[in-house]
Design a protein around this ligand. Structure first.
Ligand code: MLT
Length: 321
Protein backbone atom coordinates (compact mmCIF):
# COMPACT_ATOMS: atom_id res chain seq x y z
CA UNK A 1 0.00 0.00 0.00
CA UNK A 2 2.90 2.30 0.94
CA UNK A 3 4.53 1.80 -2.45
CA UNK A 4 1.18 2.36 -4.20
CA UNK A 5 0.63 5.67 -2.38
CA UNK A 6 4.22 6.69 -3.15
CA UNK A 7 3.76 5.81 -6.81
CA UNK A 8 0.49 7.77 -6.99
CA UNK A 9 2.11 10.78 -5.33
CA UNK A 10 5.13 10.59 -7.61
CA UNK A 11 2.97 10.20 -10.71
CA UNK A 12 0.97 13.28 -9.74
CA UNK A 13 4.21 15.18 -9.21
CA UNK A 14 5.67 14.11 -12.52
CA UNK A 15 2.43 14.80 -14.37
CA UNK A 16 2.61 18.45 -13.37
CA UNK A 17 4.80 21.21 -14.75
CA UNK A 18 7.39 20.51 -12.05
CA UNK A 19 8.46 17.42 -13.94
CA UNK A 20 9.88 19.47 -16.78
CA UNK A 21 12.81 20.24 -14.46
CA UNK A 22 13.69 16.55 -13.83
CA UNK A 23 16.22 15.79 -12.61
CA UNK A 24 16.31 18.52 -9.99
CA UNK A 25 18.78 16.75 -7.65
CA UNK A 26 21.45 14.02 -7.85
CA UNK A 27 20.40 10.58 -9.06
CA UNK A 28 21.71 7.45 -7.32
CA UNK A 29 22.57 4.38 -9.37
CA UNK A 30 23.03 1.27 -7.26
CA UNK A 31 25.71 -1.26 -8.19
CA UNK A 32 24.78 -4.59 -6.55
CA UNK A 33 28.45 -5.54 -6.07
CA UNK A 34 31.45 -4.20 -4.17
CA UNK A 35 33.38 -1.17 -5.40
CA UNK A 36 36.32 -1.77 -7.73
CA UNK A 37 34.79 -4.67 -9.67
CA UNK A 38 33.62 -4.88 -13.29
CA UNK A 39 30.02 -3.84 -12.68
CA UNK A 40 31.28 -0.87 -10.68
CA UNK A 41 33.77 0.07 -13.42
CA UNK A 42 31.11 0.02 -16.15
CA UNK A 43 28.66 1.97 -14.01
CA UNK A 44 31.06 4.71 -12.97
CA UNK A 45 32.05 5.38 -16.58
CA UNK A 46 28.41 5.55 -17.74
CA UNK A 47 27.22 7.52 -14.69
CA UNK A 48 29.88 10.20 -15.11
CA UNK A 49 28.91 10.68 -18.74
CA UNK A 50 25.15 10.68 -18.03
CA UNK A 51 25.72 13.42 -15.44
CA UNK A 52 26.89 15.71 -18.23
CA UNK A 53 23.68 15.29 -20.22
CA UNK A 54 21.30 15.34 -17.25
CA UNK A 55 22.89 18.32 -15.56
CA UNK A 56 22.84 16.53 -12.21
CA UNK A 57 25.34 14.23 -10.55
CA UNK A 58 24.66 10.51 -11.11
CA UNK A 59 26.12 9.07 -7.91
CA UNK A 60 27.19 5.41 -7.68
CA UNK A 61 26.26 3.49 -4.55
CA UNK A 62 27.66 -0.03 -4.00
CA UNK A 63 25.34 -2.53 -2.32
CA UNK A 64 27.00 -5.96 -2.58
CA UNK A 65 25.96 -9.35 -1.31
CA UNK A 66 24.13 -12.54 -2.30
CA UNK A 67 25.27 -12.44 -5.91
CA UNK A 68 23.74 -9.04 -6.59
CA UNK A 69 20.29 -9.88 -5.25
CA UNK A 70 20.60 -7.68 -2.14
CA UNK A 71 21.32 -4.57 -4.20
CA UNK A 72 18.61 -5.43 -6.71
CA UNK A 73 16.13 -5.93 -3.87
CA UNK A 74 17.08 -2.53 -2.41
CA UNK A 75 16.19 -0.79 -5.67
CA UNK A 76 13.02 -2.84 -6.12
CA UNK A 77 11.83 -1.33 -2.81
CA UNK A 78 13.00 2.23 -3.56
CA UNK A 79 10.56 5.09 -4.21
CA UNK A 80 9.86 5.14 -7.96
CA UNK A 81 10.66 8.84 -8.42
CA UNK A 82 13.42 8.68 -11.01
CA UNK A 83 16.18 9.32 -8.44
CA UNK A 84 17.14 5.70 -7.73
CA UNK A 85 18.39 3.41 -10.51
CA UNK A 86 20.09 0.00 -10.71
CA UNK A 87 22.83 -1.11 -13.06
CA UNK A 88 22.87 -4.91 -13.03
CA UNK A 89 23.87 -7.66 -15.42
CA UNK A 90 22.94 -11.18 -16.51
CA UNK A 91 22.56 -12.03 -12.84
CA UNK A 92 19.13 -10.39 -12.93
CA UNK A 93 18.07 -13.26 -15.20
CA UNK A 94 19.97 -16.16 -13.63
CA UNK A 95 18.94 -15.28 -10.07
CA UNK A 96 15.31 -15.83 -11.10
CA UNK A 97 16.14 -19.55 -11.32
CA UNK A 98 18.98 -19.79 -8.79
CA UNK A 99 17.10 -18.31 -5.82
CA UNK A 100 14.04 -20.09 -4.43
CA UNK A 101 13.07 -17.06 -2.32
CA UNK A 102 13.93 -13.76 -4.05
CA UNK A 103 12.75 -10.56 -2.33
CA UNK A 104 11.52 -9.29 -5.71
CA UNK A 105 10.09 -10.56 -8.99
CA UNK A 106 12.66 -9.69 -11.68
CA UNK A 107 9.90 -9.38 -14.28
CA UNK A 108 7.61 -7.12 -12.25
CA UNK A 109 9.75 -5.09 -9.86
CA UNK A 110 11.51 -2.84 -12.35
CA UNK A 111 10.99 -0.45 -15.20
CA UNK A 112 13.57 -0.50 -17.94
CA UNK A 113 15.94 2.16 -19.27
CA UNK A 114 18.13 0.11 -21.63
CA UNK A 115 20.99 -2.28 -22.28
CA UNK A 116 24.47 -0.89 -21.57
CA UNK A 117 27.12 -3.36 -22.74
CA UNK A 118 27.82 -7.08 -23.24
CA UNK A 119 31.11 -8.05 -21.58
CA UNK A 120 33.22 -11.14 -22.32
CA UNK A 121 34.68 -13.33 -19.59
CA UNK A 122 38.07 -14.93 -19.20
CA UNK A 123 39.22 -17.93 -17.17
CA UNK A 124 42.10 -16.60 -15.06
CA UNK A 125 44.32 -17.96 -12.29
CA UNK A 126 46.78 -16.85 -9.63
CA UNK A 127 50.24 -16.01 -10.99
CA UNK A 128 51.82 -19.15 -9.47
CA UNK A 129 49.24 -21.54 -10.98
CA UNK A 130 51.26 -24.35 -12.64
CA UNK A 131 49.30 -25.15 -15.85
CA UNK A 132 50.49 -23.29 -18.95
CA UNK A 133 47.35 -23.68 -21.06
CA UNK A 134 43.61 -24.42 -20.72
CA UNK A 135 44.06 -28.14 -21.37
CA UNK A 136 46.62 -28.20 -18.59
CA UNK A 137 44.15 -26.39 -16.32
CA UNK A 138 41.43 -28.94 -17.04
CA UNK A 139 43.80 -31.86 -16.39
CA UNK A 140 45.15 -30.27 -13.19
CA UNK A 141 41.70 -29.34 -11.89
CA UNK A 142 40.32 -32.83 -12.54
CA UNK A 143 43.28 -34.40 -10.72
CA UNK A 144 43.12 -31.97 -7.78
CA UNK A 145 39.43 -31.07 -7.54
CA UNK A 146 39.45 -31.32 -3.75
CA UNK A 147 42.31 -28.82 -3.50
CA UNK A 148 41.45 -26.22 -6.17
CA UNK A 149 39.15 -23.35 -5.15
CA UNK A 150 37.56 -20.72 -7.33
CA UNK A 151 36.43 -17.20 -6.49
CA UNK A 152 33.05 -15.77 -7.41
CA UNK A 153 30.80 -12.90 -6.34
CA UNK A 154 28.12 -15.15 -4.89
CA UNK A 155 25.36 -17.30 -6.36
CA UNK A 156 23.74 -15.23 -9.09
CA UNK A 157 26.89 -13.37 -10.09
CA UNK A 158 28.46 -13.55 -13.52
CA UNK A 159 31.56 -15.16 -12.05
CA UNK A 160 29.35 -17.79 -10.43
CA UNK A 161 27.56 -18.45 -13.72
CA UNK A 162 30.82 -18.75 -15.65
CA UNK A 163 32.27 -21.01 -12.99
CA UNK A 164 29.15 -23.16 -13.17
CA UNK A 165 29.51 -23.44 -16.97
CA UNK A 166 33.21 -24.33 -16.60
CA UNK A 167 32.55 -27.02 -13.99
CA UNK A 168 29.68 -28.43 -16.07
CA UNK A 169 31.94 -28.52 -19.15
CA UNK A 170 34.70 -30.46 -17.37
CA UNK A 171 32.31 -32.47 -15.18
CA UNK A 172 34.24 -31.50 -12.05
CA UNK A 173 33.08 -29.61 -8.96
CA UNK A 174 35.38 -27.08 -7.31
CA UNK A 175 35.07 -25.29 -3.98
CA UNK A 176 33.65 -21.79 -4.41
CA UNK A 177 35.02 -18.86 -2.39
CA UNK A 178 32.33 -16.13 -2.50
CA UNK A 179 33.10 -12.40 -2.31
CA UNK A 180 30.90 -9.30 -2.40
CA UNK A 181 32.36 -8.58 -5.82
CA UNK A 182 35.18 -9.67 -8.07
CA UNK A 183 37.09 -6.51 -7.25
CA UNK A 184 38.10 -7.89 -3.84
CA UNK A 185 38.28 -11.41 -5.32
CA UNK A 186 40.88 -10.25 -7.86
CA UNK A 187 43.07 -8.90 -5.05
CA UNK A 188 43.11 -12.36 -3.45
CA UNK A 189 43.73 -14.04 -6.82
CA UNK A 190 46.77 -11.85 -7.46
CA UNK A 191 47.96 -12.67 -3.94
CA UNK A 192 47.47 -16.40 -4.45
CA UNK A 193 44.84 -16.73 -1.70
CA UNK A 194 42.47 -18.24 -4.26
CA UNK A 195 43.37 -20.39 -7.28
CA UNK A 196 41.12 -19.59 -10.24
CA UNK A 197 38.26 -17.34 -11.28
CA UNK A 198 36.16 -16.63 -14.33
CA UNK A 199 35.82 -12.88 -14.51
CA UNK A 200 34.80 -10.13 -16.86
CA UNK A 201 37.33 -8.46 -19.13
CA UNK A 202 36.28 -5.13 -17.58
CA UNK A 203 37.98 -6.28 -14.39
CA UNK A 204 40.96 -8.39 -15.41
CA UNK A 205 42.25 -7.03 -18.75
CA UNK A 206 44.96 -4.79 -17.26
CA UNK A 207 46.10 -7.42 -14.73
CA UNK A 208 46.43 -9.97 -17.56
CA UNK A 209 48.49 -7.51 -19.62
CA UNK A 210 50.69 -6.76 -16.60
CA UNK A 211 51.07 -10.55 -15.98
CA UNK A 212 49.73 -10.19 -12.43
CA UNK A 213 47.40 -13.12 -13.19
CA UNK A 214 47.36 -15.90 -15.81
CA UNK A 215 44.71 -16.06 -18.58
CA UNK A 216 43.68 -19.33 -20.25
CA UNK A 217 40.65 -18.76 -22.44
CA UNK A 218 37.82 -16.38 -23.23
CA UNK A 219 34.08 -17.04 -23.36
CA UNK A 220 33.85 -15.49 -26.83
CA UNK A 221 33.66 -16.88 -30.38
CA UNK A 222 36.56 -14.63 -31.46
CA UNK A 223 39.51 -13.27 -29.53
CA UNK A 224 39.05 -10.06 -27.51
CA UNK A 225 40.84 -7.23 -29.40
CA UNK A 226 42.26 -5.86 -26.14
CA UNK A 227 43.72 -9.32 -25.36
CA UNK A 228 44.90 -10.72 -28.72
CA UNK A 229 47.19 -13.32 -27.13
CA UNK A 230 44.44 -14.99 -25.06
CA UNK A 231 42.80 -17.86 -26.98
CA UNK A 232 39.07 -18.40 -27.05
CA UNK A 233 37.74 -21.30 -25.02
CA UNK A 234 37.06 -23.21 -28.23
CA UNK A 235 40.60 -22.64 -29.56
CA UNK A 236 41.98 -23.81 -26.21
CA UNK A 237 39.99 -27.04 -26.30
CA UNK A 238 36.79 -26.15 -24.48
CA UNK A 239 34.11 -25.65 -27.17
CA UNK A 240 30.79 -24.25 -25.95
CA UNK A 241 32.48 -22.34 -23.09
CA UNK A 242 30.68 -19.18 -24.18
CA UNK A 243 28.79 -16.51 -22.27
CA UNK A 244 28.35 -12.74 -22.65
CA UNK A 245 27.61 -10.64 -19.56
CA UNK A 246 25.00 -8.19 -20.74
CA UNK A 247 24.30 -5.23 -18.42
CA UNK A 248 21.08 -3.22 -18.09
CA UNK A 249 19.97 0.02 -16.44
CA UNK A 250 16.75 -0.32 -14.43
CA UNK A 251 14.42 1.83 -12.30
CA UNK A 252 11.93 0.75 -9.64
CA UNK A 253 8.52 -0.25 -11.03
CA UNK A 254 6.24 2.75 -11.24
CA UNK A 255 8.94 5.25 -12.20
CA UNK A 256 7.09 7.82 -14.32
CA UNK A 257 7.55 7.39 -18.06
CA UNK A 258 8.50 11.05 -18.29
CA UNK A 259 11.58 10.31 -16.13
CA UNK A 260 12.46 7.25 -18.19
CA UNK A 261 12.07 9.39 -21.33
CA UNK A 262 14.86 11.65 -20.06
CA UNK A 263 17.10 8.79 -18.90
CA UNK A 264 17.04 6.85 -22.18
CA UNK A 265 18.60 9.58 -24.39
CA UNK A 266 21.07 10.38 -21.61
CA UNK A 267 22.13 6.72 -21.56
CA UNK A 268 22.36 6.55 -25.35
CA UNK A 269 24.49 9.71 -25.40
CA UNK A 270 26.78 8.32 -22.70
CA UNK A 271 27.28 5.12 -24.69
CA UNK A 272 28.52 7.20 -27.63
CA UNK A 273 30.76 9.37 -25.42
CA UNK A 274 34.31 8.98 -26.85
CA UNK A 275 35.70 8.55 -23.30
CA UNK A 276 33.26 5.70 -22.58
CA UNK A 277 33.86 4.09 -25.99
CA UNK A 278 37.63 4.22 -25.55
CA UNK A 279 37.67 2.99 -21.94
CA UNK A 280 35.26 0.17 -22.77
CA UNK A 281 37.47 -0.88 -25.71
CA UNK A 282 40.60 -0.85 -23.52
CA UNK A 283 38.74 -3.18 -21.13
CA UNK A 284 37.59 -5.58 -23.85
CA UNK A 285 34.00 -4.49 -24.41
CA UNK A 286 31.80 -2.20 -26.49
CA UNK A 287 28.79 -0.03 -25.55
CA UNK A 288 25.28 -1.09 -26.57
CA UNK A 289 23.80 0.50 -29.69
CA UNK A 290 20.95 3.03 -29.60
CA UNK A 291 18.60 0.23 -30.64
CA UNK A 292 19.67 -1.85 -27.64
CA UNK A 293 19.81 1.05 -25.18
CA UNK A 294 16.01 1.14 -24.99
CA UNK A 295 13.39 -0.09 -22.49
CA UNK A 296 11.93 -2.55 -25.02
CA UNK A 297 15.32 -4.10 -25.82
CA UNK A 298 16.22 -4.57 -22.15
CA UNK A 299 12.80 -6.03 -21.32
CA UNK A 300 13.03 -8.47 -24.24
CA UNK A 301 16.59 -9.45 -23.27
CA UNK A 302 15.64 -10.11 -19.65
CA UNK A 303 12.64 -12.24 -20.58
CA UNK A 304 14.59 -14.31 -23.14
CA UNK A 305 17.55 -14.79 -20.79
CA UNK A 306 15.39 -15.95 -17.87
CA UNK A 307 13.94 -18.59 -20.19
CA UNK A 308 17.36 -19.51 -21.62
CA UNK A 309 19.19 -20.04 -18.33
CA UNK A 310 16.41 -21.80 -16.39
CA UNK A 311 17.01 -25.32 -17.84
CA UNK A 312 20.80 -24.88 -17.73
CA UNK A 313 20.70 -23.91 -14.06
CA UNK A 314 18.29 -26.74 -13.24
CA UNK A 315 20.63 -29.21 -14.98
CA UNK A 316 23.59 -27.88 -12.98
CA UNK A 317 21.59 -28.18 -9.77
CA UNK A 318 23.08 -25.04 -8.21
CA UNK A 319 20.58 -23.19 -6.02
CA UNK A 320 20.49 -20.66 -3.20
CA UNK A 321 17.83 -20.71 -0.48
C1 MLT B 1 30.09 -10.76 -11.09
O1 MLT B 1 30.83 -11.73 -10.91
O2 MLT B 1 28.87 -10.81 -11.20
C2 MLT B 1 30.70 -9.43 -11.16
O3 MLT B 1 31.94 -9.55 -11.76
C3 MLT B 1 30.83 -8.96 -9.75
C4 MLT B 1 31.33 -7.56 -9.71
O4 MLT B 1 30.97 -6.74 -10.57
O5 MLT B 1 32.10 -7.31 -8.78
Amino acid sequence: MRKLLAAVAVTALFAGPAFAEYPERPITVVVPFAAGGPTDTVTRLVAESMSKDLGQQVVVENAGGAGGTLGAGKVAQATPDGYTLLLHHIGMATSASLYRKLAYDPLNAFDYVGLVTDVPMILVAKPTFEPTDLKGVVDYVKANADKVNYANAGIGSASHLCGMLFMSAIKTKLTAVPYKGTGPALTDLMGGQVDVMCDQSTNVTNQIKEKKIKAYGTTTKTRIPALPDVPTGAEAGLPGFEVGIWHGLYAPKGTPKAAIDKLVPALQKALKDPVVVERFASLGTVPSSDADATPAALEAKLKSEIARWKPIIEAAGEYAD
